[in-house]
Design a protein around this ligand. Structure first.
Ligand code: URA
Length: 237
């Protein structure tokens, strides 16, 4: 098995973060440091350590959905922000957020220790659908409802983004936006492109799942049906 895949399977972190751990020389196989994330090794007969701690394959994973409240950063630890979403979960759960929401964004956020599923759900090739509800300071200059479906180029770094935007009021200050890519601060940057600003952002759904039944700050484990739905979306059977 590839080393980065193995670490993600063990629930060490997301595959991208595992790559970083490997590059940083923090991973040993049978006492030898490996710095190539794609290194193949025999996972059944090798001892793998991260920062000196033995890591083992997991067979039972945890899947959680949370109604993220405002004021919490999506990170495992953040020296600049005292409140992270991890503070809302019991300490014993070694799960990781699936993607991220900004500190002031509310709505559905998933967590899991299944690194493979995490990787697939956040990889652009699977085009996982996310639906946001957006309140704006003033109406956009221009028409995201017409243009976004064909793709627009964002000024800040030249990213091309596509999606569906639907105005929900006549003043065009309330939108529903559906995206499948997951670029950083995508919704806010889309509306910057139209010379307006978002003052309230809520993620209604992620891969068809919602947190309508949960008050802000609350979480629950996914049902077997929800896990199956998620895996299907991520292309994992
Ligand atoms: N887009 C944003 O701008 N912020 C979020 O938190 C999520 C999507």
């Amino acid at each position: 098995m590839r080393l980065n895949k193995f670490l993600a399977h063990c629930g060490v972190d997301s595959r991208r973060k595992c790559d970083e751990l490997i590059f940083e020389g923090r991973v040993q196989i049978d006492g030898e440091t490996f710095t190539n994330p794609g290194a193949q090794f025999d996972e059944l007969h090798s001892e793998v350590r991260v920062d000196g701690e033995i890591v083992k394959l997991k067979s039972v994973f945890t899947y959680i959905k949370m109604h993220k409240p405002r004021g919490f950063v999506t990170s495992r630890k953040d020296p600049h922000n005292p409140q992270t979403v991890m503070d809302l979960l019991p300490k014993v759960m070694h799960v990781m957020p699936v993607g991220r929401l900004d500190k002031d964004t509310t709505g559905i956020l998933l967590f899991t220790d299944d690194g493979d599923l995490n990787y697939s759900l956040t990889h652009p090739k699977h085009g996982v659908k996310k639906e946001y509800e957006v309140l704006l300071h003033r109406a956009p200059e221009g028409f995201p409802e017409k243009e976004l479906q064909h793709g627009i180029i964002l000024e800040d770094n030249g990213d091309r983004v596509r999606g569906i935007a639907k105005a929900l009021n006549r003043k065009r200050t309330h939108y529903r936006v559906t995206l499948t890519e997951g670029k950083k601060r995508e919704v806010k940057r889309i509306f910057r492109h139209y010379n307006t600003r978002v003052y309230r952002l809520h993620r209604n759904t992620f891969a068809g799942l919602s947190v309508n039944e949960l008050p802000p700050g609350k979480w629950r484990k996914l049902t077997p049906q929800e896990i199956t739905q998620l895996k299907k979306t991520a292309g994992i059977s």
